[in-house]
Each structure stands twice: as C-alpha cells, then as structure tokens.
Design a binder for this molecule. Structure first.
Ligand SMILES: Cc1ncc(COP(=O)(O)O)c(C=O)c1O
Length: 419
C-alpha cells in the first residue's frame, strides 16, 4: 500500500511551496513548536521552573523567538549561542550555559550578562570562573553539572548521545562532588553556588533513565543545599525527552516533568526552580526537510538494488550518517504504483550519505521529505562537497511568514577562492 502524499504540513500546501523554491530546504511549523513549548511549560503545574530550550537543537532566530514567546528560556553551549539568545530577547535570568571547554571569553560574556547559571563541568572550571569573576569585579552564579555515572546500558539511547555514564567527558562524577563542593566554598568571594544539573542523554523514549539520573542528582542536591543554603536556587534535571521517529515513543515531554516533580517534593526541594533543558522534543517533530529526486538508479543484473538519488545529502541532514538515525521519508509529489523498497541516498561522495531503505512508490516520486528533521538538522549542516547550506522556510497560520533561501552555489566557490 502506498501512503497518501504528505502534501499538507502546518496547514500549508507543500507542493505549492516547493514549486517556486530551490531544494533542499527545511520547512518549519512554528505553530506546532509554540504549542509544544506551552504544553511543556504547563506541565510544571505552577511549580517554580525554567524550560531552558537547548538552542543547539535548532538555532534559527525565528524558532528561538517562537519558543521564548511560548514561555521558555534558553540553554546555550557557546558564546555565540549566548549572544543569539540574548539578541532574540531571552532574559539573562532565563539562560543557563553548559559546556566542557568554555573559553575565558565565553565565561566573561556569561558573567557580564548575569545569566541564571554557568553550569561548570569540572572542578578545574570552578577556579577559572572564579578568577574571571574577580577580573570583572562581578559575582558568578554557578551550578555543577553532575555526571550521575549510570551504567551505559541503563541509558537506553544511541551511545553517541548518552552522556551520563562514567566514561563520558561531561560533568563532575557523582563520587567527586565533595571536591567540587569544597572548591565552590573556597571561591566563595567570587561565586554564588546556585545549583546542580545533570543531562543523562538524548532521545530517551521512556522516563526510567531520566528518573534514575534525577534521583542521583536529587541526593546530591540535598547535600549541596546543606552547604549553600543561602545561595542555592535551582535543580536542573536536563533535556533528552525523546520523540517518535516512527518506531514509537510511549511518552510525551511533560511526562518527564510529571515523573520528577514528586521526587523533588519528597526530597524537600520542591521550592527550588526546577530547570529542564529540552531541545529535540520542542522542534524535531515540527520540521521536514524537503528534497527533489534527481534521478533513479537500478542494476539490471541485481534488480533488488534500487536507489532513489535525492538532492539532500548528509551535509544537509547528518543524523543518519552520524547516529544511524532513521528519518521517515514521505512523498510530497509524484510517484505511482505499489510501494517498493528504495534505498534513498544523497549526492555526497561518502558511502554514509545514505538515508536507508524506505517503502516508496515503484514509479519514483518527484519530491519527498524527511520527517521529524527539526532537531540537529540545519544546525549540523555543512558545505561539504561544495554544497550550499539548505534553505529554511518558516510557516505559521498556513503560510510562509519568513524564509532564508538556499544560498546560490556560486557563493561556495567565491568563499573558497578567498581561502
Ligand atoms: C547539556 C545538554 N542539555 C540539553 C541537551 C538537549 O538534549 P535534547 O535535544 O535531547 O533534549 C543536550 C543535548 O546534547 C545537552 O548536552
């Protein structure tokens, strides 16, 4: 059975939108994102909170402003992301900054902006933040990112996106927290220890690992509060809320919040600001990557080998090559006959430029899209192989409200001629 064409998206007509535009481009459903943001904010049911949207997932200003408008703040991992969040209107008190290797300049910017928390990821970083605060004659609000050191296999996600195990570079190991607490106490003239955070991994499709991480974090938060009762303000249980890429997902983002709240309340931490750092779940389902089919390729001697060669490549959507991720491919226009397996591949000169086997019409479609492409899609795009970055189209109320067209191919040539 061939699925009905995926012609309507965000209340708009995708074939019509595509007809006048260069492909590939990312099409964004801003109304869907706004609703997802509002629902997650509402899941706190009045408890003190901050939904710090992980800007790395999708850093288009239009997306960021939409989510900020829905009541989120921002989780940033670099100086430029911090500047972007501020310039898009994020209040400093609604920004947290993670990252294992922040430069002095990045630390300075965060201190100067007065953000809610610089999440330090090592004991060494505590001394660096303190010394920069002294140079700037400011106090820095600091949380410690804890690595709860869960067993790798307990974090049910791809190993490249599991961060809360003891071989990961992220955070301070739970066993080392007493040293971090001592370092914070030593630097008390320059630092306000405001909290603890953890982020166990991404694309979690069940709450179990998130709860396990939160439980470990909460035990540490209780100790932390004993030491720093007057400055502690937040507990950050991280992002990682998964979405349904087609293989199923039994939870919605708010389920993670609703699962953790009772733990915080029981631990006597319910009054603190409960921060979360969702990225993917607020953007991934609300974006498709639209691509034209360039041609088909078949092997007369091996009829089972059939390729659909599309104009989007791994440079536009890296997740399949990087994490073996599978994005559903849907037909936007064209295609006839029964569904057959097609290997969908891009133009990039790498074997990993392969989006996998997909059931698509025997008579090849003309335009397809990769679904759920809103997170770690455009933000990971590159110009590899002399390819222009994909375009971006933003939809709201069933129409295009903003767009950045795909750059002309000559731009890449001009850029490289400068090098
Ligand atoms: C520290 C931190 N917070 C939040 C996120 C966002 O994760 P997700 O997009 O899975 O919600 C990440 C993702 O890598 C992260 O490393």
């Amino acid at each position: 059975m061939v699925d009905a064409p995926f012609a309507r998206f965000a209340g708009a007509d995708l074939p019509e939108i595509t007809s006048s535009r260069a492909t590939p481009f990312y099409a964004h459903d801003l109304d869907g994102m706004r609703q997802a943001g509002s629902e997650l904010v509402a899941s706190f049911a009045g408890a003190a909170h901050l939904v710090a949207y992980a800007v790395k997932a999708n850093s288009s200003a239009t997306v960021l402003r939409t989510l900020l408008g829905a009541g989120t703040g921002a989780d940033v991992v670099s100086g430029p992301e911090l500047d972007l969040a501020l310039r898009c209107g994020a209040q400093p008190d609604r920004i947290v900054f993670s990252g294992v290797a922040k430069t002095d300049d990045e630390i300075d910017r965060a201190i100067a902006a007065g953000i809610a928390s610089i999440h330090v990821e090592s004991i060494e970083e505590i001394a660096r933040v303190a010394s920069r605060a002294r140079v700037l004659a400011r106090r820095a609000s600091v949380s410690v990112r804890v690595n709860p050191a869960l067993a790798k296999e307990a974090i049910a996600t791809h190993s490249h996106v599991a961060t809360g195990h003891d071989e990961a570079k992220f955070g301070v190991l739970a066993d080392d927290m007493r040293y971090a607490i001592a370092a914070l106490a030593r630097e008390g003239d320059a630092i306000d220890p405001v909290g603890v955070s953890a982020h166990v991994g991404s694309q979690l499709t069940e709450v179990g690992p998130y709860l396990e991480s939160a439980a470990a974090l909460i035990a540490i938060a209780q100790e932390f509060r004993k030491e720093f009762a007057s400055t502690m303000r937040l507990v950050d249980t991280g992002g990682g809320m998964g979405i349904d890429y087609g293989a199923g997902c039994g939870v919605v983002p708010g389920d993670f919040v609703r699962a953790v709240r009772p733990l915080l309340e029981r631990a006597g931490l319910g009054d603190l600001r409960h921060v979360i750092e969702p990225g993917r779940c607020l953007v991934a389902p609300y974006v498709v990557l639209v691509s034209r089919v360039v041609q088909t390729k078949a092997s007369p001697s091996r009829p089972e080998l059939r390729w659909l060669l599309v104009d989007a490549g791994m440079n536009d959507l890296l997740r399949p090559a990087l994490y073996q991720a599978n994005h559903r491919v849907a037909v936007i226009a064209g295609g006839s006959g029964e569904a057959r397996p097609w290997r969908v591949v891009g133009p990039v000169c790498e074997s990993s430029d392969d989006f996998g086997l997909h059931e698509l019409p025997e008579g090849a479609p003309a335009i397809v899209c990769f679904r759920d492409a809103g997170a770690y899609g455009f933000t990971m795009a590159s110009a590899y192989n002399g390819r222009a970055l994909p375009g971006e189209v933003f939809l709201s109320g069933g129409r295009v409200v903003h767009e950045v067209p795909r750059a002309p191919a000559e731009r890449w040539v001009e850029d490289r001629l400068k090098a």
